[in-house]
Design a protein around this ligand. Structure first.
Ligand code: ZN
Length: 144
């Protein structure tokens, strides 16, 4: 099982890195925030277009390791079309998964992001995986 999960994990990280859907700038973003993970040198600038409390569109620009960039790409896949509260809920689940673990049911809610659970066993990579999510939370909770 561990090998199968590792293969899937690598495939998903590679796929999002080589062909990110959301790595570009967007017009009309009303939320923009930069997140930095100095321990690895990862940088992400997140742009969100939020209307009526719904994330209408989103994108990121950045530079850094595969996990930091892929995790941001996966996050945007998940939060576009969701309300701000739903996006923050997914963020809480994601951080909980990495830090203390979550139930299978909670993991289902995380869809593709659930594959990053392996990162919880790689302490040096944790800050990379959570960078995009942390930035999103700061963006929403810092401006109200
Ligand atoms: Zn990194």
């Amino acid at each position: 099982m561990a090998d199968i999960n590792n293969t899937l994990y690598n495939e998903i990280i590679n796929e999002h890195n080589l062909r990110p859907y959301h790595k570009h700038s967007i017009e009309g973003a009303n939320y923009t925030l930069e997140g930095i993970n100095p321990s690895c040198g990862d940088e992400i600038t997140l742009h969100l277009c939020v209307e009526d409390d719904i994330v209408k569109d989103g994108a990121y620009e950045g530079d850094g390791c595969a996990i930091s960039q892929a995790s941001a790409d996966i996050m945007l896949d998940m939060i576009i079309g969701k309300t701000r509260d739903e996006a923050l809920h997914l963020c809480d689940l994601f951080l909980k998964m990495i830090k203390e673990g979550i139930s299978d049911k909670e993991k289902e809610e995380l869809e593709e992001a659930g594959i990053l659970e392996s990162v919880s066993h790689m302490p040096a990579r944790v800050k990379c995986a959570v960078l995009g999510w942390r930035t999103m939370r700061e963006m929403f909770e810092g401006k109200d």
